[in-house]
Every structure is written in structure tokens, then in C-alpha cells.
Design a binder for this molecule. Structure first.
Ligand code: DNO
Length: 356
């Protein structure tokens, strides 16, 4: 597996590329041109500049997270044609700079959703939290106000431009069923996958986070059956998955190690994090350690080892530790600890495991 670390750019991240380089076993940065609005072409020169900058720090820039899909593509509007053409051009331009994997999502309006970004854990650290009861009783506007009240960094998935006309955006989905969304995803993939094949760039869809519908919006990448259906949309391996143990792991029925085995040919990017689920549907993000959450991360890494995983992997959200001032979920310390945990398990397995 190839360990990488998400990085938001020089002006939008408390973590430096030099910091990432010092995490053992970490060879790359998952990056993006964060100021690009969905639907526009990423130019070759801007891409090359970012890739050169990352490479000059001794890190690869082979994974982009993410190239966001314009809402009109998800809605299936006629204007999608232009945005799909632009997406195809972005794929070609990224390929020419050596990018191998594009992580993206097909969630309407919102990307990830939480009700609290700094919920205290028993050890005094804070973490991202989802409170089921609260989400039923809050309007999208109230949630946005709460989540973005201290916007020191812009948060992907919660960019001000995306959230400005939130109710109008949500209303556009009033008549869009899950079946419609599947059709629109299929249409998108049928257009872009041939380009991916030609240019050797793999698409890796990120699952819904949380893996269920919120605010009445359709969501379709939440379960094992959804991933099976996704894989069936086009037979090409270039139509792949970002398997996120935290997003999928918020649902008790999602068996992550079993999914890793079942979808091994389609997983191009692995996001690893833990969540502690509560019976009432709440969940909080914890350290990566298996004992701290509901997802057995030892078994997750073991499953990757068993399939001989050679793709990209990164720690996902971490807690905020030791007074660190960072973007929510994306501090340096807990994610670096997560890497050491994952590599500890991996290296032990490489050496044949513990002798009982
Ligand atoms: C959350 C991330 C997601 C992911 C996007 C990909 O922290 O895993 O925001 O990057 O869904 O498009």
C-alpha cells in the first residue's frame, strides 16, 4: 500500500508539506486546487505548479481529492454536457502531470455532515460528532451557521459559495429520486470512464457520509448493495471506489473487512478512520485504535494485507490534540498517530504476524 496524507495547500492548512514528509512511511499528499469551483477546467499550468511544489518536498502528488462534480450533473440538467466536457478535460490535464487517482463524490448539495466539530471526548481531546436527534430538528441553514461559525479555514464540502443558497439548492432535488440519481451517475461515468481508460486515471467515488439520507436528499453510495450496483454501472476497473472505513462504518450493518475483500479490484484509495457508534444513531470520531471505536481497524488493515493492496491509503479524520489549532478533523498529530498504528499492524503482518 502507498501511504499518503491529505493536504489543503499552503494557504489553507496548518500542516506543512515538510511535516508530512517527516511522518514515517508517508510518500505523498492527496491534494486539490481548492479554489476551483465545480464544473470548471483545471488548467495544465496550475496543475503542474501544484504538482511541482509537492514533488519539491519529496512527496508524490498522484492522488487528487477531490475534483468536485457540478450539481447540474447530479441533477441531470441539460447544462451537464458542458460540465462533463470540462471534467473530461480536467482528467486529461491531471493525467499529463502524473495524477493516477481522482477521488470524488456524488452526494447532493452536502459532502460530509456533522452536528458538532469539537465535541469533547473523555480524554479531553475534541472530535467531529453526529447527533441523530439534533439533525432531525435543525434546518440546513441553522446547521450551516453552527458548523461554519469559526471559519478559520474554508472546509471542503462546506465552502461559502456552495452554502450560500442552500435551501434553493436542496429544493432542486425535490423531485429527484434515488433512481434518478443512479441514472445521472451512470450517465456521468459512461462519458468520463473512456477518457480515464485512455489516460490511465482511476476514478474513486467516496461513499456517503453519513451513509444515509439527510434533509430528505437522495444518497446512493451507502451500503454493500450500493457498491455492487456502482461496480455494475460500467465494467471498467477505472470506475472505482474510495473505501472510507469511517463513512461506511457509521452504519452498523456495513462490514468493512468484507467489503474490502468483495471490492478489492475497485478500491483505488483507502480512507482509514474509526468511529464510535451509539445505539441511538449518534456517532463520534475517535483515534484510529480498534479498542477506541466500533470499527475494528486491525481487521481493516488485515483485510488490505490479505488482498495484497497496492493502492493509495491515508489516515482520515483525527481528533484535535495537544492544543493544536487546525482545520476540523485534519490536524497533524492524530492523523500521524493513525499512520503509525496502521503501519504497525501492516509491518507486523508483513513479518508473518505474532507467534502465538
Ligand atoms: C471528508 C472527506 C470527503 C471527501 C470527499 C471526496 O473528510 O473524506 O470530504 O474528500 O467526499 O469528494
Amino acid at each position: 500500500m502507498k501511504m499518503i496524507f491529505r493536504w489543503y495547500g499552503e494557504n489553507n492548512d496548518s500542516v506543512l508539506l515538510n511535516d508530512i514528509k517527516q511522518i514515517p512511511g508517508t510518500d505523498g499528499a492527496a491534494w486539490a486546487l481548492h479554489d476551483k469551483h465545480p464544473g470548471v477546467v483545471w488548467n495544465q499550468s496550475e496543475i503542474q505548479e501544484a504538482v511541482d511544489w509537492i514533488s519539491s518536498h519529496g512527496l508524490n502528488a498522484e492522488v487528487v481529492e477531490s475534483v468536485n462534480v457540478h450539481e447540474d450533473i447530479k441533477l441531470g440538467l441539460p447544462s451537464r454536457e458542458e460540465y462533463i466536457e470540462n471534467y473530461k478535460q480536467t482528467i486529461r490535464n491531471l493525467a499529463s502531470a502524473g495524477v493516477k487517482v481522482i477521488c470524488y463524490n456524488f452526494m447532493p448539495v452536502f459532502d460530509w455532515i456533522r452536528t458538532d466539530l469539537h465535541k469533547k471526548l473523555e480524554d479531553g481531546s475534541t472530535a467531529l460528532f453526529y447527533e441523530n436527534n439534533k439533525i432531525q430538528h435543525i434546518t440546513p441553514e441553522e446547521l450551516i451557521k453552527k458548523i461554519t461559525e469559526n471559519p478559520e479555514f474554508t472546509m471542503p464540502g462546506w465552502e461559502p459559495e456552495r452554502l450560500e443558497h442552500i435551501q434553493a439548492l436542496i429544493d432542486q432535488y425535490n423531485d429527484i429520486t434515488e433512481e434518478d440519481l443512479w441514472k445521472h451517475l451512470q450517465y456521468f461515468l459512461e462519458k468520463i470512464i473512456p477518457v480515464c481508460e485512455e489516460y490511465d486515471v482511476r476514478m474513486a467515488i467516496h461513499p456517503d457520509d453519513p451513509p444515509w439520507s439527510v434533509f430528505g436528499l437522495p444518497r446512493i453510495i451507502s451500503t454493500r448493495e450500493d457498491l455492487q450496483r456502482l461496480a455494475g454501472l460500467t465494467a471498467s476497473r477505472y470506475n472505482g471506489i474510495t473505501l472510507c472505513s469511517g463513512a461506511l462504518g457509521a452504519h452498523p450493518e456495513n462490514n468493512i473487512p468484507a467489503m474490502i475483500h468483495e471490492f478489492k479490484d475497485r478500491i483505488h484509495f483507502a480512507h482509514v478512520r474509526n468511529v464510535r457508534r451509539y445505539d441511538n444513531g449518534d456517532f463520534i470520531e475517535t483515534s484510529h485504535r480498534a479498542a477506541d471505536g466500533s470499527v475494528d481497524i486491525v481487521k481493516v488493515i488485515q483485510a488490505y494485507h490479505e488482498i495484497g493492496y497496492e493502492g493509495y491509503i491515508r489516515p482520515d479524520h483525527g481528533r484535535h490534540l495537544w492544543g493544536e489549532n487546525c482545520r476540523p478533523g485534519y490536524g497533524l498529530y492524530d492523523r500521524a498517530l493513525g499512520i503509525m498504528y496502521m503501519l504497525g499492524i501492516w509491518d507486523t503482518l508483513e513479518k508473518g504476524g505474532y507467534k502465538q
